[in-house]
Design a protein around this ligand. Structure first.
Ligand code: ZN
Length: 696
């Protein structure tokens, strides 16, 4: 869209710009930030043709426009909303707007159409269309200046200090409109003294000081950099754009006040692979000693294997340790793997499952603190900053999901909107009213929301730019669709399991081709699920986990049954943290259905308890492309000699029992006895066609 090279500008003898290079893509929102007198406005004016550069070149869509006049620039698709608004006080709102289209000489009808568009975008201007501009409030004048610039239907909109002199509430409104314009596809070059605001509204930013570009990059990176923050964003630390809006909505249970904005760094830096391995060995030695001394279960297992804590000398000794499985957790119900006295346990969480089969895990305060820290790391990795508003649409309660998303969000200093799952109407209302920028849910919930947003035609009115989703596999096409319908949001797959704290034990980075996992909190082995021997590096296998710092319920070689592979080498994103592929599937036949883990054997148990049903059944899992909803259909044989006239009653009873015990709704189809195929070997019962395309 715009390319500037070696641009210099003078005011008389004083040089205002020095060799400025700048690039901006179409559809991008780019912020120019810096202190007063840094050269931001001069740069904007040079682009617009209001200041003639003394050296350098400006290319607009590849065309040299360096010495063009402002009128020429308007014809080429630029429009400026100037600092100080500069509306014509003695002209009406409509007349001011008409001036914006002057260079293009539109007919009367065309002019009316464009005015109507502006009034739709700025309803307040519509209400005051015949009022003199001089009688408008500061915020309305700013809207008028922006509306006037938009009358030219610019390819590139230049905004000079749109929030200058406006009350915070009005700023919120102006920035919400800037955001909507950006989502509608307008390229925006934004000059703003309020750096935090500008960065939160922009994709990328250039920092100027004394007429020079001193830093450039993705806005979230600049916001997260403590040195830059201190140097350039100092004045914005008290900014809390969310407060007024939430206050107005009467939301007292959401934290309104925020301390001075500061973002800790949660991403560790291990200078070398050896440094990480040293850390892991320390953690492994500590863990083995901790469970040996604290857990009856582990003590027995270690004794059986003939291992004492003193036997762990290197990471290779990990392979001598016994495995732990989900069955061990169930057998130890209600407090399996507990390795500290009860007075140190501060919380339990549980996974879903039938009664008595839930996996329950104990947490000490340190476990919760660790979890919070590395969940904050997930947000940081996804580029979430204290200026974000995170709408959390996952389950709260005894499940780990909601708590994890919540704690991490607060830790990073972003504003949490804890809605919980479902409740589509409320979700959409909050997306619109709070202008949430991050949406957290399962993949199918994200798709459901995406389609609802599309159906209601509000994609350009919401502010979501990131979606963090987990707990389900997702196909490439599903991801694409979610992103598209959410107006181009960036997707991040987050991993985790209840046994290992909960969600947040790894996340996709901005390169989007791997999951970084927290090698400083756990060791990940990839084993052949049959032989339980390590597979060669880079090959697929079962993920087996050993925790390094967990106190309440540590994991020693816990078999997750998830299938993935280690991706060797360092990621292009620069993070030193190790990585694996997205989870490809499960090594046992557990079904993941609408976020719930279901064992086919539990369906077996339920069906066999309904008199009149046979023992043969099939489970068909499909995903409706249109709604993203997963569907489960059970095809069940009637028992021998049971006739079709009992089918309705049997279907009702089986459906009722499954709903009651597994809390999912399924479709049931009955067939006659002997109609399903039999096999001498284990017959295939599960037919899962939900994910068809390749997973990275
Ligand atoms: Zn990466």
């Amino acid at each position: 869209m715009l390319k500037i090279t070696n641009l210099s500008a003078h005011y008389g003898a004083a040089q205002a710009l020095f060799d400025v290079d700048l690039e901006m893509a179409g559809g991008e929102t780019l912020a120019l930030v810096g202190a007063n007198g840094a050269g931001k406005s001069t740069l904007l004016k040079s682009i617009m043709g209001l200041v003639r550069p003394s050296a350098g070149q400006i290319l607009l869509e590849g065309r040299d426009v360096t010495a063009s006049s402002p009128a020429q620039m308007v014809r080429r698709g630029l429009a400026l909303s100037p600092e100080g608004r500069e509306v014509f006080a003695e002209l009406s709102v409509s007349e001011n707007l008409a001036l914006g289209a002057l260079a293009q000489k539109p007919g009367k009808k065309e002019l009316a159409i464009r005015c109507d568009e502006i009034f739709q975008r700025f309803p307040k201007l519509g209400e005051r269309r015949e009022q003199l501009a001089g009688t408008l409030s500061g915020g309305e004048q700013q809207m008028l200046a922006m509306g006037r610039a938009l009358m030219a239907r610019p390819k590139l909109l230049l905004l000079d200090e749109p929030s200058l002199g406006l009350a915070p509430l009005i700023c919120d409104e102006i920035f919400a409109i800037i955001h909507q314009l950006a989502r509608a596809g307008t390229s925006i070059l934004l000059v703003e003294q309020n750096a935090a605001r500008a960065l939160s509204a922009a994709d990328n930013a250039y920092l100027l000081a004394n007429g020079r570009v001193v830093e450039k990059g993705a806005s979230c990176d600049l916001l997260g950099d403590p040195v830059l923050r201190a140097a350039f964003l100092g004045s914005a630390t008290d900014d809390n754009p969310a407060a007024s809006r939430l206050g107005a909505a009467g939301l007292t249970n959401i934290r309104l006040e925020k301390p001075a904005m500061h973002q800790q760094n949660f991403i560790p830096d291990f200078p070398s692979q050896e440094a990480l391995q040293k850390h892991q060995l320390d953690g492994l030695q500590w863990t083995v000693r901790h469970v040996f001394e604290g857990s009856g279960f582990y003590r027995t297992r270690l004794d059986e294997a003939g291992i004492t804590p003193d036997d762990i000398h290197s990471l290779a000794d990990l392979q001598r340790l016994p495995f732990t499985t989900a069955d061990d957790l169930r057998a130890g119900y209600p407090f399996p793997l507990r390795s500290v006295p009860f007075e140190q346990i501060v919380r339990v969480h549980a996974s879903s499952g039938t009664t008595g089969k839930r996996k329950v895990l104990c947490y000490t305060q340190k476990d919760l603190d660790d979890w919070t820290d590395f969940f904050a790391r997930c947000y940081q990795m996804a580029g979430v900053t204290p200026l974000d508003r995170v709408q959390i649409a996952v389950g709260y309660g005894v499940w780990t999901a909601g708590m994890g998303f919540q704690l991490g969000c607060e830790k990073i200093g972003a504003l949490a909107v804890p809605v919980g799952p479902g409740n589509i109407d409320m979700q959409i209302q909050f997306l619109l009213d709070f202008q949430s920028t991050v949406f957290c849910s399962t993949a199918s919930m994200a798709l459901l929301m995406a389609e609802e947003i599309h159906r209601r035609g509000v994609a350009d009115k919401i502010a979501v730019n990131k979606i963090i989703y987990g707990s389900e596999r997702s196909s490439r096409s599903m991801r694409q669709k979610i992103s598209e319908l959410f107006g181009g949001a960036e997707l991040f797959d987050i991993t985790g399991l209840t046994e290992l704290y909960g969600p947040g034990t790894g996340i996709e980075c901005r390169e989007h081709d791997c999951i970084h996992y927290w090698g400083d909190y756990y060791i990940l082995e990839i084993l052949d699920p049959e032989t339980l021997q390590p597979v060669p590096e880079g090959e697929w296998g079962e993920m087996v986990i050993t925790s390094l710092a967990k106190e309440g319920a540590p994991l020693i070689r816990y078999r997750t049954r998830d299938i993935t592979r280690i991706i060797p080498g360092r990621c292009a994103c620069g993070s030193p943290l190790p990585r694996h592929s997205r989870i490809k599937g499960r090594s046992d036949d557990t079904i993941k259905f609408r976020g719930v883990n279901i064992y086919p054997s539990s369906i077996d148990t339920i069906l066999s308890a309904v008199p009149g049903l046979g023992s043969e059944y099939q489970i068909h899992l499909t995903r409706k492309e249109s709604s993203g909803r997963d569907n489960m259909r059970l095809v069940v044989e009637r028992a021998e000699a049971v006739t079709d006239n009992r089918s309705a009653e049997l279907i009702h009873e089986a459906g009722h029992q499954i709903k009651k015990q597994l809390m999912v709704s399924v479709e049931i189809e009955l067939v006659g006895y002997g109609e399903l195929p039999r096999s001498e070997r284990k017959s295939q019962r599960v037919f899962d066609t939900r994910i068809q395309d390749e997973i990275v």
